[in-house]
Each structure stands twice: as structure tokens, then as C-alpha cells.
Design a protein around this ligand. Structure first.
Ligand code: SF4
Length: 253
């Protein structure tokens, strides 16, 4: 399948997802997070929703919440081929600890990498295109057949995340942001309360963890996400920018 076909969505389905997301966001807004997840997983989208997790610095909290609702919820992890080895080990530790039974690994198409990223240095020349072929396209394929997905973003992370609703349309799917209202202190106290292990790189100064070449340590007083794509204007990998923006900005694929 041509990569652009992955992103082609009939407009009427996009409109439906937009209305659905707006209604859902209003209904869920006053709910407790675990109740929200129970509603989304068991009643609103039964069998049709997946959690997307990077198994990064703060991922354990949402993974724990979802596991407490249903350990069989599909969890999608995008392995770009540039992930830290410690993230793989942390993922395995968390999956075993929480008893998650349906973790799916989405990977970039080797044929696309061979043509578009020969030598694997695309991240230096064109990080948007690198994210498009290594993250956005694999995730889009992995989400095929799902009506909705769950993301762990928080408003306190700033930039385009500062105004995000509890639910929003993402192409013809609904994206749920159950931690949108959480503060950093909420995340930390939940992790402490449930004795959740930190990603091993957190102790080494990494506070937002993605691909190895595009993640750096964060100094005291800096924003947590300032270590991502440091020195460039890029702040998101593209999976949260939505179909329209992704196509408008020109992924080059
Ligand atoms: Fe490529 Fe960096 Fe994006 Fe990972 S974060 S897919 S290495 S540009």
C-alpha cells in the first residue's frame, strides 16, 4: 500500500469522529480518570480502542491505570529502530509487572527505509520525514481497525498540548487524552503511590524520552520536553499533529 493511502480518510468519517469526540469530551470532563478509561474501553469503544505508549519517562502511570481497568487492552509501542535499549528493557519490565497481555510492536517498513533512509541518517537531514516514515506511518498502520486510541499527553507539557481536550478527532478516529488535566505533581504522586519503577534514564537527567539521536538530557529549570529535538523548532514527532496538519506540512512520503 502506498504510504499516502494510509492517511487518506473519507471526509464524512472525519466529521463523524469530530462530533463524537466533542460530545465525549463534554461528557467525560468531570469524570475520574479511571472511570473515564473504563467507559472508553468497555462501553464507548469495546474492542475498538488501543493505548499508544512510548514506554518513556511518565508512561507507567497511564499503563498502570489502563491495566487496572483491563489488562487485555491493546497497547501499541512504535519501535522506530532508533529507540534506547533501556526503553526496550523498561517496556519488558513494565509489561511483566502490570500483566499486560496484548502489547503490539509497530515498526517502519524496511522497504521504505531502504529507499528513504539509506544509511539511517535521515533524522539529521529531515527529522520530520524521518518521524513520518519511522513513527507516523507505522502507528497509522497499527491503528488500522481501531475506532479510537488513548494517549498519555498532559496539558502541562505545554506548546500544542496546552489546550488539548479530553477527547478529540484524529482523522476518522477519536483520540482520548485521559491525563490532560493532570499536573506533574499528580503524575509523580500516582507513580509513588503505586510504586511504579522509573525509566532508567530518568536518573541520568532525561525527563522526556524518545529516539536516541533526538533526545538529550534536561537541565534543572528547563522544560521537560526541551531535550527533544534540541536546537530545532520541532516539538512533536507528528503522531499528535493530526492527519490534516501532517499532510499540509508535507511529510515528503
Ligand atoms: Fe527519526 Fe528522531 Fe523522529 Fe526518531 S525522533 S523518528 S530518530 S527524527
Amino acid at each position: 500500500m502506498a504510504l499516502l493511502e494510509v492517511f487518506a480518510r473519507p471526509l464524512e468519517l472525519v466529521d463523524l469522529a469530530t462530533s463524537h469526540a466533542e460530545l465525549l469530551a463534554r461528557r467525560l470532563a468531570p469524570w475520574r480518570t479511571r472511570d473515564m478509561l473504563d467507559e472508553v474501553i468497555h462501553h464507548e469503544f469495546p474492542g475498538g480502542v488501543a493505548l499508544v505508549s512510548s514506554f518513556g519517562a511518565e508512561s507507567s502511570v497511564l499503563l498502570h491505570l489502563v491495566a487496572s481497568v483491563d489488562r487485555a487492552t491493546p497497547v501499541i509501542f512504535v519501535d522506530t529502530g532508533k529507540i534506547f535499549g533501556s526503553t526496550h528493557r523498561y517496556r519488558d519490565e513494565i509489561v511483566a509487572r502490570l500483566g499486560l497481555t496484548d502489547v503490539r510492536v509497530a515498526k517502519p517498513d524496511p522497504a521504505v527505509l531502504m529507499v528513504q533512509d539509506e544509511g539511517a541518517g535521515l533524522w539529521m537531514r529531515n527529522p520530520d520525514k524521518c518521524c513520518a516514515i519511522r513513527k507516523v506511518a507505522p502507528l497509522s498502520k497499527a491503528l488500522s481497525g481501531f475506532e479510537a486510541w488513548i494517549s498519555g499527553r498532559k496539558r502541562y507539557q505545554g506548546m500544542v498540548r496546552a489546550e488539548m481536550p479530553i477527547a478529540e478527532a484524529d482523522g476518522d478516529r477519536v483520540k482520548i487524552n485521559p491525563l490532560a488535566n493532570w499536573s506533574k505533581a499528580d503524575v509523580e504522586s500516582y507513580a509513588r503511590l503505586h510504586d511504579l519503577p522509573d525509566h532508567p534514564l530518568v536518573a541520568d537527567g532525561f525527563r522526556s524520552i524518545g529516539c536516541m539521536p533526538c533526545t538529550s538530557r534536561v537541565a534543572e529549570g528547563e522544560d521537560d520536553r526541551s531535550g527533544r529535538w534540541r536546537g530545532s523548532n520541532k516539538t512533536e514527532c507528528g503522531i499528535h499533529l493530526g492527519l490534516a496538519a501532517f499532510e499540509r506540512d508535507g511529510s515528503g512520503i
